[in-house]
Design a protein around this ligand. Sequence first.
Ligand SMILES: Nc1ncnc2c1ncn2[C@@H]1O[C@H](COP(=O)(O)OP(=O)(O)O)[C@@H](O)[C@H]1O
Ligand SMILES: [Mg+2]
Length: 313
Amino acid sequence: MNAGRYGKVAVLMGGPSAEREVSLKSGNAVLAALTRAGVDAHAIDAGRDVIPVLERGGFDRAFIALHGRFGEDGVVQGALETLGLPYTGSGVLGCALSMDKLRCKQLWKGCGIATPAFEVLDAETRFDQVVERLGLPIFVKPAREGSSIGITKVKQPGELERAWETAARYDDLVIAEQAIVGPEITAALLGDQVLPLIRLETVTEFYDYDAKYLRDDTRYHCPSGLAGREERRVQRLARQAFAALDCGGWGRVDFMLDRNGEPYVLEANTVPGMTDHSLVPMAARAAGMDFDALVLRILDTSLTREGARRGPG
Ligand SMILES: Nc1ncnc2c1ncn2[C@@H]1O[C@H](COP(=O)(O)OP(=O)(O)O)[C@@H](O)[C@H]1O
Ligand SMILES: [Mg+2]
């Protein structure tokens, strides 16, 4: 491998989002891997001054390790387009759509891709009627957040309004979703490949912030234990759901299976976690690819975008 072909690489991490701490972990893990591979990689804490910082730095491309708003929602991708700097992962549209769970679900519904039934909650909502329509339990989420931040699993009818208030602290756009019993499955995408599925088993009520980052009793099964045909079906669906949002390069699509094993798409992540405990690295390992090799494959997605997605000029 010729590490020089990538030129000078900015690893964008941190940033102003609620997922800043996780992003710093992802970014530092990526930086270490690139450095081990001999790539000329530099950490950039991507704040509001990211454009002048990148301009001054003389970079050839960017590895985006930002999670949440600003970095995973198309904003930084747009800045990089303006600068003419190639970057990893999905473009502006795919990132912007993926960050918004409401628009994703509307779009998937429109293309016949199954996603749990949902409604928008606001100050006018008749909460008792939503409970009647969706049934309990109901998941209430801020539409544009990640890491399970602001999410409540509502099990009693009287709790829905409080759950809306909690989610509304993070976003003025809040959705209520019918609960699907599980198991929970995640699909990692890399280039044209869908990596082996991971099945998640949590001790907590759902895969919340603690289960994701703090507890050590969350169990990850990869191989997933699904029958080969079911595994391939979910993998195909992951690719379709990702493509429907105009996403590409790499990412992760999350699913819940119902009692009959029917898959429902929950969400797509265009910049999933990249610590060595994260899910995409776990799926890559199951496919025989270690963390460092995975990081280089992701960096390669910035090479293919260079020609394919160039804007005018
Ligand atoms: N409709 C649902 N049915 C069952 N579990 C859900 C549902 N929506 C969310 N969850 C649980 O909540 C977790 C976080 O929800 P998700 O939509 O993936 O948001 P985030 O972007 O914060 O990861 C999921 O991993 C899953 O465990
Ligand atoms: Mg998720």
